[in-house]
Write a protein that binds this ligand. Structure first.
Ligand code: DON
Length: 556
């Protein structure tokens, strides 16, 4: 397959050259693992075959992807893991990065600190998050689930076309300047990587071995922590040994909403994902979308208007719940009804007319998701990230892992909200020890207490809408899950006041109608939703690798 290197901001992605998104599926009544890295999918299935449950497999996949999908798989970043264990309440293991103690509200305000700066890194959460999930749910010993990643890093692994293309893209960028990143990820001799080349990551293997043998705490208090603190000090970074030692992952109650008889569970703040999905579904439940038709201008218009209003509310009020009061409106059906009544069925509402309480100033994305179910029906929906592809493109010397640039998910300029999409409202301004607001939306949809859909996606602020599209395709339009994943997606985020639609070439009439209603429409690739659908009647699980980037659906 031919790959195009696509850059979204600093997200460098190798996407298939064909415009039509593809999906690869597997069917099974046993365990299924779907993720972006085929090697990591195999690791997950192997863990299931060895008697591990979905959480064991998830922890192993997450560590393996830190080796085999370095754009977003990580130990230097953070994320959210939704877990539905049979007979237990659904939980969210939240391992979002945190602002270091010395972080100031105006870190990015004068533009001197860039997104690839050492200062852009938040305190990494992944290792303690995976350990928390494993400690509460895992069956296999910790060392057994970390060791496959150690082996992949130490012995090396064979690259596929997607990874070779992706790495070549980031290495060729003039913005990639970190010498250690180039040394570790550059092809010896300076040539371009090709499919079939082997990548060995010795230092990363050493760090993973420390984690496997000494436990997660060693990453936060042992030699890897020393190495990170040293790298920070030498380069003006903010993270100290104290910040690392103080980092805590949280076991949180997820956001639950019901939608047309299904229970939809998403991550709570500091992700905006669960609340925004809840509000959008609550608004859309006021319409008979099925009757309107999936590709009618009315349905897409209603979805765009719902997104626009919800993202305005997101901008106004969401942030780390430890620092800001989260309003109840996102789950309030009366409020959702009022929002639906504010939508003109025939006309776009200009974003500037919404949330007029937020003063607009005149001045002027990588992540990865995987879904797992085991033979007993335990479901895991995990999204984790370094923020941009390859984070801040800094490799910690001696420790071999890439650092996130998640601090850029805080509102960069206090008080400055503009029509380009920059947000400056208070709830998500930088404060020491605060989690930056996320859009990661790993979701589990349940029917009668059993999972029927496990989904999520990368894509920055588009994530929530990618998940909304998949959920609506499955629930309202009863699409087979592969079709629901492949179908063109829509995005609107309040500002910029532009609707993105993946399927403009497939649906020219729909786009023409949207334009007549007053929407500005652009065609843009959106997300990579590795999904599992479970037929509640037959118990058959269909794993769908969303081949918009790469991926594999594998079964036990
Ligand atoms: O947590 C968030 O919302 C972002 N840091 C996610 C970034 C992302 O998805 C970039 N990639 N495509």
């Amino acid at each position: 397959m031919r790959f195009l290197i696509v850059t979204f901001g600093l997200c460098v992605l190798a996407v298939p050259a064909s415009a039509q998104p593809k999906a690869e599926t597997v069917e099974s009544k046993g365990g299924v693992v779907v993720c972006v890295s085929p090697l990591a999918a195999d690791v997950g299935v192997d863990i299931l075959k060895r008697g591990g449950n979905a959480v064991d497999a998830a922890v192993a996949v997450a560590f393996a992807q830190a080796v085999t999908w370095p754009a977003a798989g990580n130990i230097g970043g953070g994320g959210f893991m939704m877990i539905a264990a049979p007979g237990k309440e659904v939980r969210c293991i939240e391992y979002r990065e945190t602002a270091p103690a010395s972080a100031k509200v105006d870190l990015f305000a004068d533009g001197t600190v860039g997104v690839l700066d050492h200062k852009a890194a938040g305190v990494p959460g992944t290792v303690r998050g995976l350990a928390l999930a494993h400690g509460k749910y895992g069956k296999l010993p910790w060392g057994d689930v970390v060791m496959p990643a150690v082996k992949l890093a130490e012995d090396g692994f064979v690259m596929n076309a997607a990874l070779a293309g992706d790495l070549n893209g980031v290495l060729a960028s003039s913005k990639t300047t970190n010498a250690e990143f180039k040394r570790v990820y550059g092809k010896p001799g300076g040539k371009e990587w090709a499919e079939g080349d082997k990548l060995v990551l010795k230092d990363l293997g050493k760090t993973l071995r420390v984690i496997a043998e000494k436990g997660a705490d060693a990453f936060y208090t042992g030699e890897p922590a020393e190495l990170l603190a040293k790298e920070m000090k030498a380069n003006g970074g903010l993270i100290t040994k104290d910040d690392l030692a103080a980092y805590k992952a949280n076991d949180r109650t997820p956001i639950r909403t019901t939608y047309r008889g299904f229970d939809v569970y998403g991550p709570p703040p500091p992700s905006s994902g669960g609340l925004c999905i809840s509000q959008m579904l609550n608004v859309l439940e006021n319409y008979d979308l099925k009757k309107l038709g999936r590709w009618s201008p009315e349905t897409t218009h209603l979805m765009i208007e719902t997104m626009r209003r919800t993202y305005a509310d997101r901008a106004r009020s969401l942030g780390d719940p430890g620092f800001t009061t989260i309003p109840t409106t996102f789950q309030d059906r009366e409020y959702a009804k009022k929002l639906s009544q504010s939508i003109d069925p025939k006309k776009a509402t200009p974003s500037a007319q919404i949330a007029t309480d937020i003063v607009l100033n005149k001045e002027s994305d990588s992540t990865t998701h995987f879904s797992i179910i085991d033979k007993d029906g335990m479901a895991v929906s995990n999204t984790y990230t370094l923020e941009n592809s390859y984070g801040n493109r800094v490799v910690v010397p001696g420790a071999g892992y890439i650092l996130n640039n998640e601090m850029t998910d805080f509102n960069p300029k206090p008080g400055i909200t503009n029509t380009k999409g920059q947000i400056g409202t208070k709830p998500n301004q930088i404060q020491p020890g605060k989690r930056m607001l996320s859009s990661q939306t790993p979701v589990i949809v349940m029917k009668d207490g059993k999972p029927v859909l496990i989904t999520g996606s990368p894509g920055g602020r588009t994530i929530i809408n990618t998940v909304l599209c998949v959920v609506v395709n499955v629930i309202d339009f009863e699409m087979p899950v592969a079709e629901a994943v492949s179908a063109p997606r829509t995005h609107h985020q309040w500002f910029p006041d532009v609707a993105r639609f993946e399927g403009a070439s497939q649906h020219p009439k729909l786009v023409a109608e949207l334009k007549k209603m007053g929407h500005t429409v652009v065609e843009q690739f959106q997300g990579d939703a590795h999904t599992i659908g479970i037929n509640p009647k037959t118990g058959v699980r269909v794993g769908v690798a969303d081949k918009r980037i790469d991926g594999k659906a594998a079964k036990e």
